[in-house]
Design a protein. Sequence first.
Length: 284
Amino acid sequence: MSWLESMEKWWQELQVYPPSVRQFVDQEMVRLNVTPEEYYWAYCYCGEDHLVYAFRFLEFVREFYSVTWTSWLSGMQKDEPHKDLIAAGKLFSGTHPPTPSSDRDLCLNLPTRPQNDPNRRFLYQEEEVRYVGSIEIIGKSDYIGQVVSSLALLSNKAPEEFGLVLRYIGRIREWFQSGITVYEIPPVFFMSRKVAFSSLTWGAGCIAHEAWHSKLYHEYKASHPTEVVPGHIYHGQDIEMECNKIQISALRKMKAPESEIAWVGSLDGSHWNQGWGEEHLRPY
């Protein structure tokens, strides 16, 4: 089983935890600027099957192994075990025993954070929630307005692609970088302000692009309900090229600037394994 398949299975299991646990995980991911991949890897290597303990281990390796952390991430994406990281996990677990031992107990006993605490579930204190059909949009007011406008443009000019979005993306959340978690319930597109405010057409095209990733995942899941969805079904260079075609189709229907269409057309899909970020986006 690849790391993508293992992460998918683990993330699905996380859905059954109480809301307080999920909320704590969200808060810590924001506080530490952690991607789902980083958190999963920290959980695997921290020396304890412990959701909260994984965050403490992640802080530890970032502080003491900052030079090699990037190479570890790169290797783990290729399913390569890291002896040094395993050793770091043993060192950490030997010197930082988790208390209490149950992450459920720890999360459930956490005090409720005040509304003005920046480390709560959302990225900003001024967050709001709005809905477009069944899609929940979370973020600052100006961000939500921009996303709503992009979705309205997509709905009016590219209804077929908008239908994909309605079916396969359940939440769009303002985040510090961009990426989709297709295995969450509902699927979440973490969309940065940089993407959203580039232009209405660019934001709408990116949403359509991510919806295709989610479609591929959920169609396979529906026809193989007892299986873990293999990573190559919804990730990979060929898959990125598929998603780019959907994005270009939406951009053309919305009469987007030729520079946006040309940029997507110039991509070869090789950015798929670079993790979350903005590397594949057009120059700004």
